[in-house]
Design a protein. Sequence first.
Length: 93
Amino acid sequence: MVKQVNAAHILVKTEKEAKILKEEILNGKKFADVAKKHSDCPSGKNGGDLGWFGKGQMVAPFESAAFGAKKGDIIGPVKTDFGWHIILVKDQK
């Protein structure tokens, strides 16, 4: 069972923008570069890196998506009260 996830994310205002950015990443752009350029979250300046977190530390939709994915997955768009997220699951333990 996954107890912690190490993830990065990109936060944007619209689902459309999130889908476009995800497609760019899937087509070869580096996740961190896209996060630095486009993310509305302060973590964007660090490539979207959120570090390690356990259950109960993130809002429910974000947490469900991150804990439900596999290492290396790029998931989303995921809607939260903050906006739309693209999530990169970097590691799990």
